[in-house]
Design a protein around this ligand. Structure first.
Ligand SMILES: CCCCCCCC/C=C\CCCCCCCCCCCCCC(=O)SCCNC(=O)CCNC(=O)[C@H](O)C(C)(C)COP(=O)(O)OP(=O)(O)OC[C@H]1O[C@@H](n2cnc3c(N)ncnc32)[C@H](O)[C@@H]1OP(=O)(O)O
Ligand code: FAD
Length: 642
């Protein structure tokens, strides 16, 4: 099963080898539990480990392999980030995709050797979503052949970029490029922020940390202002766009090609979200098979809480989602790598499809991951609320994904643009022009669903039902939009009035893609036992998801009330079937105790003894009487007693 999850036997084996090596290297372990550290201590601890990794990484992993890097990162540095998180996740990808060969030769080897630390500085205090209204300017000075970076007012301060505040000395900065008074829109520039020797901010730069956040507190998200700060013309990233010395602008082959670093993260973060969901579920499911509370049959001893159907219903559909996200994420990464290769050689024809797909997936996966992790926390009762479970930290980190790399509603609306264009093709009789991901929009469906009507139909009737609801909602939302425009509404006003319906279409389309990716994967599996276990999980997935969106299929009679009862029964049936495999389905992800960082989710199940040990190690327990008591509470009580 680990081979299915991680993509191959080799990958699963490599993960085990890496975990085993890390287990033998105490210098790479947390020196104490992260929840007992202050933010400064955590940052220090992370930087300490990062420097050891820089020295020893080659002994542990193949540093050119992103999957191995990611595993090493999760084991050693953990989910809460590190002082170089953005360096690997966005700075290097931005340089790789957007810098010319000459620029890459100059900067990439230095970045890869970690001579310099970089980040991606785009969002500002006043604008994150609406890139066209960013306010930082890069004005070309023809006389000196330099760009002058400037922050005209407080809302133009860069705000949020990870590791910008204290760690990075370089950044890819996105600013509006102005040449001879003409604004060419946001463009990426390579900018040195700090002196390479002293690490002091360079003159003309104001920089700092934006303060503690809901989670990710090892990352120093920062602010950045420029006061007429000059950089050479050749610091504009010039793989696709060029500015000649005389100010001539050569436009890129696609207007949004400079957004590729964002698409990179959107594509890669899906499996990251799956890992976080599976981690939280692993903790909750292991604990649920240790925790005994109450009886189902009063004549029997107390049961493991995992025996309760409500507990299974809380956890198991999310187990199926974690697998589904992992499989859909793996497909998306493959597609992204393919499109990136094509883009580099000038073929930009697949960019719109990739953008639509990653926008929808990013939104649905992060939202459902958040839901699943929070349910996992609640499923652990009181101990889930303790930081000893570590689930709240996982939740805080995962939920950040709903916002970063494009706020979820906004990204769903991006996918909706693509769906509406596709609907227009269907309506104008040009269905043959639909891309493969939306081809179903042009296919006539049956009048009613055949779920439970055709024996042994596998998952086909389920997929058709998802296609039906997605198609119907897309066409309905598009009709609403076109109808408003026909009545004379301006395009943008009409769009806003339909946006809830449009986003519903985007979610349904994305959920269909996730179901199909799961079905594709299960169909490919040769090993009978693995196929059986995953088929059970897929049954739970399709029935649970369909029940969740049933109103769309009920309202036009595509599904009947009796079919809905059948679907509900299937959910209960598969909860029971999955129960014996539940812990194994999560243990198969092979998270080590080091990586999980959870007292509740320990592999050995020795929860109570270790919870007590953990509590005793709290800094508050170093002394029996705290100074808050001697200084305030004790005098108060004494005064009251007089
Ligand atoms: C030991 C060391 C360990 C290191 C480990 C490294 C290992 C690495 C391996 C894997 C790592 C992966 C794991 C990931 C973990 C995540 C870590 C967390 C880090 C957090 C990073 C967060 C960073 C950020 O948040 S950066 C800022 C992101 N900002 C945004 O996303 C802004 C959102 N807004 C937008 O994108 C745009 O404004 C917009 C798309 C909403 C609108 O853009 P616009 O105004 O320019 O567009 P228009 O309205 O004019 O036109 C729309 C038009 O353009 C098309 N379009 C838009 N974007 C694209 C695109 N990207 N591609 C193609 N087409 C695009 C759109 O479809 C429209 O087309 P139409 O035809 O419909 O007009
Ligand atoms: C943990 C974290 C890490 C980050 N790291 C980085 C980084 O490294 N580099 C970087 O540059 N940035 C980073 N960011 C910033 C992040 O990319 C932005 O916060 C994000 O893109 C959302 O933009 P915003 O803050 O402007 O939200 P807003 O756009 O202000 O969103 C507020 C509300 O308005 C709604 N809204 C906005 N526009 C529309 C619209 N057109 N239609 C409908 N609704 C709309 C949204 O849906 C939302 O409900 C990070 C953010 C976080 C939380």
């Amino acid at each position: 099963m680990a081979a299915q999850i991680w993509g191959s036997e080799k990958r699963a084996r490599r993960r085990r080898e890496i975990s085993a090596k890390i287990a033998q290297m105490p210098e790479l372990h947390d020196s104490k539990p992260l929840p007992f550290m202050t933010r400064e201590e955590k940052i220090m601890e992370s930087a300490r480990k990062l420097t050891i990794l820089t020295e020893k990484m080659g002994q542990i992993i193949d540093p050119t392999d992103p999957a191995e890097l990611y595993h090493l990162n999760n084991e050693v540095l953990g989910l809460e980030g590190n002082p170089m998180a953005l360096h690997g996740v966005m700075f290097i990808p931005a340089l790789s995709a957007q810098a010319s060969d000459e620029q890459q030769a100059k900067w990439l080897p230095r970045a890869l050797r970690r001579e310099i630390i970089g980040t991606y500085a785009q969002t500002e205090l006043g604008h994150g979503t609406n890139l066209q209204n960013l306010e930082t300017t890069a004005t070309y000075d023809l006389a000196t052949q330099e760009f002058v970076l400037h922050t005209p007012q407080i809302t133009a301060l860069k705000w949020w970029p990870g590791n910008l505040g204290k760690s990075s000395n370089y950044a890819v900065v996105v600013a509006h490029m102005i040449i001879k008074a003409k604004n060419y829109g946001p463009h990426p520039f390579m900018v040195q922020l700090r002196d390479e020797k002293t690490h002091e901010p360079l003159p003309g730069i104001t920089i700092g940390d934006i303060g503690p956040k809901m989670a990710y507190n090892i990352v120093d998200n920062g602010f950045l202002g420029f006061n007429k700060y000059r950089i050479p013309r050749t610091n504009l990233l010039m793989r696709h766009t060029k500015v000649e010395a005389d100010g001539t602008y050569i436009k890129p082959p696609h207007a949004k090609i400079n957004y590729s670093a964002m698409v990179h993260v959107r594509a890669y973060m899906l499996t990251g979200q799956a890992i976080m969901l599976a981690s939280a579920l692993n903790i909750a499911t292991r604990y649920s098979s240790v925790r005994r509370q109450g009886q189902i049959d009063k004549s029997q001893p107390e049961v493991k809480v995992l025996e309760y159907q409500t507990q299974q219903h809380r956890l198991f559909p999310s187990i199926a989602r974690a697998y589904a996200f992992q499989f859909a994420g793996a497909e998306t990464v493959k597609l992204y790598e393919h499109v990136l290769k094509e883009m580099k050689s000038g073929n930009v024809s697949l960019m719109a499809d990739l953008h639509a797909l990653t926008s929808g997936l990013k939104s649905v996966v992060t939202y459902q991951t958040g839901e699943g992790i929070e349910q996992a926390r609640m499923a652990c009762g009181g101990h889930g609320y303790s930081m000893a479970s570590y689930i709240s930290e996982i939740y805080g980190v995962a939920i950040g994904g709903c916002t970063y790399e494009g706020e979820n509603m906004v990204m769903l609306l991006q996918l909706a643009r693509y769906l509406v264009k596709s609907a227009a093709l269907v309506k104008s009789g040009q269905s043959s022009k639909l891309g493969p991901l939306v081809a179903y929009l042009g296919v006539k469906s049956e009048p009613t669903s055949l779920i439970d009507r055709i024996p042994n139909s596998g998952f086909t009737e389920y997929v058709k039902t998802f296609q039906h609801v997605s198609k119907r909602q897309t066409l309905k939302a598009a009709d609403m939009f076109f109808g408003l425009m026909e009545k004379g509404e301006k395009r943008e006003i009409a769009w806003n009035k339909c946006s809830v319906e449009l986003n519903r279409a985007s979610r349904l389309h994305t959920r269909l893609f996730i179901v199909e990716a799961f079905v594709r994967r299960v169909n490919e599996i040769a090993d009978i036992r693995i196929k059986e276990a995953l088929t059970d999980l897929l049954h739970l997935h399709v029935n649970y998801e369909l029940l969740d969106i049933a109103s769309y299929a009920l309202e036009d009679g595509f599904l009947s009330a009796s079919q809905l009862d059948y679907i509900r029964d299937q959910v209960y049936l598969y909860l029971g079937k999955i129960r014996p495999n539940a812990v194994s389905l999560l243990d198969s992800w092979e998270f080590s105790d080091i990586e999980l960082r959870s007292v509740l989710g320990r592999r050995d199940g020795n929860v109570y003894e270790n919870l007590f040990k953990w509590a005793k190690s709290s800094p508050l327990n170093k002394t029996d009487v705290l100074s808050s008591v001697t200084q305030y509470l004790k005098p108060m009580m004494e005064k009251a007693r007089l």
